[in-house]
Design a protein around this ligand. Structure first.
Ligand code: ATR
Length: 289
């Protein structure tokens, strides 16, 4: 890349594996568009070398990195400062290096909310949501919704104890009631029937042939259906929801916005989210848009 010079600052992403990450395309498109002297680089960092990598970034004057699997949780113990949201989520997806210190933040929760509002969809403050899944992504979503002032969040997970753990961990972060139910229970059906928002945070839906996790008979047209999965762009759940007349949101917006917020935190400039979205879609779906 000829644009790199002696003053170019480095940002990037760490993961293992990291080759699959589309963040370099998304961030570099926004950097080039704004004519900024930065470059976004993927770093393959193995679990046993996380601490050395962090020290290396400090020494090399790297500005910041995103964090992906498997380091999001484990990096927390290495950080000098941790944001409130990262603490609640129990994971950091964005690190910022400054004056020999490393601080960790999590932009997934804000990215989730921004993607919703950019579609013109109001966050159902005072209403209820059902969240399918109780993994890392679910935790960011539940924290985002609990801090937004929902009345009730029902978490349904295949492995029920993980949902119950969420209920315990997150019960006191706000006034929001958090309730764990079995994925196969009638309680879930009832919660879906009265939900303002249904969010799928599981990986179910990535395959066109995946079975639905919910019984669509309980889905109302008034329920917003939000899918964290972004490949394919329309999952079986989104298709059913669209056919039912529900407002739907795909996972690409959250991916773009969590990246845009990290970009802003590092560089102090608001990136063009449309440029990021187009680059991401090209990278993910391998076609010119
Ligand atoms: P992420 O960080 O993307 O959230 P994760 O922490 O591995 O990934 O969580 C994956 C979530 O998808 C979990 O809630 C998982 O359920 P279990 O806790 O029971 O494993 C859920 N999930 C994955 N495959 C599933 C399937 N076939 N049916 C139901 N839930 C599934």
């Amino acid at each position: 890349m000829t644009r790199i010079n002696g003053q170019t600052r480095i940002v990037g992403v760490i993961g293992d594996p990291v080759q699959h990450s589309r963040s370099p395309q998304m961030h570099n498109a926004a950097i080039v568009e704004r004519k900024l002297d930065y470059v976004y680089v993927p770093f393959h960092v193995r679990s046993g070398e996380l601490q050395e990598a962090i020290e290396g970034f400090k020494a090399l004057n790297v500005l910041g990195v995103n964090v992906t699997i498997p380091h999001k949780q484990t990096v927390m113990s290495i950080l000098d400062d941790v944001s409130h949201e990262a603490t609640l989520i129990g994971a950091a997806n964005t690190l910022i290096f400054c004056d020999g210190r490393v601080s960790g933040d999590n932009t997934d929760a804000q990215g989730f909310l921004r993607a919703m509002t950019e579609e013109g969809i109001d966050i159902p403050v005072g209403g209820s949501a059902v969240v399918l899944g109780a993994g890392g992504a679910a935790r960011a979503v539940v924290v985002a919704l609990a801090l937004s002032g929902l009345d009730l969040i029902t978490i349904a997970n295949r492995t029920e104890w993980k949902a119950i753990q969420f209920e315990k961990d997150l019960a006191t972060i706000s006034e929001t009631e958090i309730s764990a139910v079995d994925l196969a229970s009638n309680q879930l059906n009832l919660a879906i029937r009265s939900a303002d928002l249904l969010v799928n945070t599981t990986s179910v839906g990535m395959q066109e042939t995946d079975q639905l996790l919910i019984d669509p008979d309980f889905l109302n047209p008034g329920t917003i259906v939000y899918e964290i999965v972004y490949t394919p762009p329309e999952t079986p759940l989104l298709r059913v929801a669209r056919e039912k007349g529900c407002q739907t949101i795909g996972g690409i917006g959250m991916l773009v916005h969590q990246g845009a917020i990290a970009f802003e935190k590092w560089i102090g400039i608001v990136p063009n989210v449309e440029t990021m979205r187009i680059a991401l879609k090209q990278a993910l779906y391998q076609k010119k848009l």
